[in-house]
Design a protein around this ligand. Sequence first.
Ligand SMILES: [Zn+2]
Length: 271
Amino acid sequence: MFSFYARMSLSNKHIPAYQIYDRMFLMRHQAQQGRHKNCKDPYQSWYHKHLEDVAEQFDVTLEANDMTWITSVKKKVQQQWYTTWLKAMQQNDSTWSSIYIIFKQQPVMESYMKALVHPVTIALHKLRSSHFPFQHHIGRINHTHTRCKLCNAAVDEDIVHFLLHCTAYKHRSSLHTQIKHVMKHFSVQFQQEVDNYFTSDLSDNQQCAHLLSRTLPTAVNPHQHTLWQAMWYTIFHKLDKHLHIVVTRREALLQAHTRNQLQQVIKHNNQ
Ligand SMILES: [Zn+2]
C-alpha cells in the first residue's frame, strides 16, 4: 500500500519519481550524442518539466554540479507525502479510516510487522486494508443483503461485527485466556496497562484498532522498555494467530454456507 506507486497516485501528482529524475536531470545537463526521435532536445522528456515544477514547488534549486538537491527533494517529498496522507485519512469518514487512524498517524510500517510470516501477514494486512470482503461491502456493491450470513444477529457484517460481536467465532474467548496467561508473567502495573488496552469500556472502533495495531504502546516506565516490548510482542503474536484463525474460519464457514444453499436449491428442484 505504501509503495512508490501509491505515493505517486495518492498525492495529487506532487510526488516525483526522483529515482528516475536524478538520472534524467544529469543526462539533460550532460552533452549527449544521441537524440530520441520524438524529442527536440537530446534526451529531453516531460519528466524534466515535472521535476522542475516539483523543485519550484518545494523551493529547491536544481544544480547539475551539486547533487545535494536530491536529498532536499526526497526529504520534502516525504514530508509532503506524510501530510497529504494524514489529511486524506482525516477527511475519509469511513469506519475503516476511523479505526486505522487510531493506531496509525504516519504511513510507515511498524517494526513488529517486518518480522511477520506468511500467511499470518496476509490475514492481518487484509483486515487492516479497506478491501476486506465483508458482506457490508459486497452487499452494497452487488445490491444484495449486507447482513452477516454466519450468525443470527440480523446485523451488517463489517469489521466491528466480525472482530467483536459475531457469535460464529469461538476463538475470541481463547484469545482472552491466552492474553491473561501472558500477563501473569509481568508486573501488576503492566497487567493494568494491558487490561486498559483491551477493555470493553472503549468504543467499538477503539477496540478494533487495538486488535489490529502493532504499534508498541507508550511504556509506563522507560527503564523497563525491553520487558515492556517483550510483553507486547508476545501479545501481538497471539493477536496475529487469532486473526489468522478467525479469517480462515470465516472462509470455511462461508464455503459451507454456500454449499448448504446449493443443496437446498437442488432439493427444492427435485421435489
Ligand atoms: Zn455474525
